[in-house]
Ligand binder design. Sequence first.
Ligand code: ATP
Length: 278
Amino acid sequence: PTTMVEDTISIPEVTWKDIGALQTIREELVWSILNRIKNPVLMAKCGPSKPKGVMLFGPPGCGKTLVAKALANEASINFLSVKGPELIDKFVGESERNIRSLFQRAKECSPCLIFFDEIDSISERRSFHAHGGGTKVVQQLLTVLDGVENRDGVFVMGATNRLDCVDPAFLRGNRFGNLLYVGLPSAEGRLEILRSLTKNGTIPKMAGDVSLEVVANDDRCNGLTGADLSELVDLATMSAWKSNYSDNVVEIIVTSKDFENALSQIRPSVSSRDLESY
Ligand code: ATP
């Protein structure tokens, strides 16, 4: 009885256009992964001898999954996302089997990017079940990861909200040693994110009186993540629905008043105290 390995595998539809800010992350991913995928022969011949695997880290909701998907989209390769806890099975031995079948599946769908989300949950220090299963799972994953360079067309990337809890073995050598911080957006970043979240067709029409620049620079936006900004747009949309809707209305238009309503409701999902741990 396998579990997560049955998830659908496909080329993601997310593109860089759907993502605001995070330009430097994108550039780094182009050099460290995309070019490697696009040009494996040249990379093998004259690339760095030990290209390091990428680990995205930072607070939740800032776009780690999005950039991983956009990368797979740009490279036109399949994307397989697996969360650490899904790999851990309470039956001894099942986890190792899960890991083997995961890589087998990825190989069958190659070229393929495996995205290991919440990788902090796979750790020797965390005893997720009795019998010391943690060590075995870590060992199994390390073994497969170390062999991944030889496996044609299978690429890996890690992600975590808790870098301090990641088993250090995953960060050594060429495993996930290239650490990239995906953090909270600046006011400028917020504007880019709001633009991508409201681009044509994604939400109802916006009235001419809406200035995303004013919204992005509003003090109440300080500390908001990309996911919070998405929530903000949803709140504004809902506000517009509430004030416009009737049975025969054909269009909903979001005004600056709706954004004002949304701003008065939104709260940062990541506390400033949690932020200090990144
Ligand atoms: P988690 O650690 O919770 O998995 P994450 O960092 O992987 O979070 P995502 O899942 O990529 O975050 O983002 C969640 C949602 O927030 C996205 O689906 C998107 O709607 C919005 N979002 C986050 N960051 C951005 C961004 N930079 N541009 C546009 N939308 C964003």
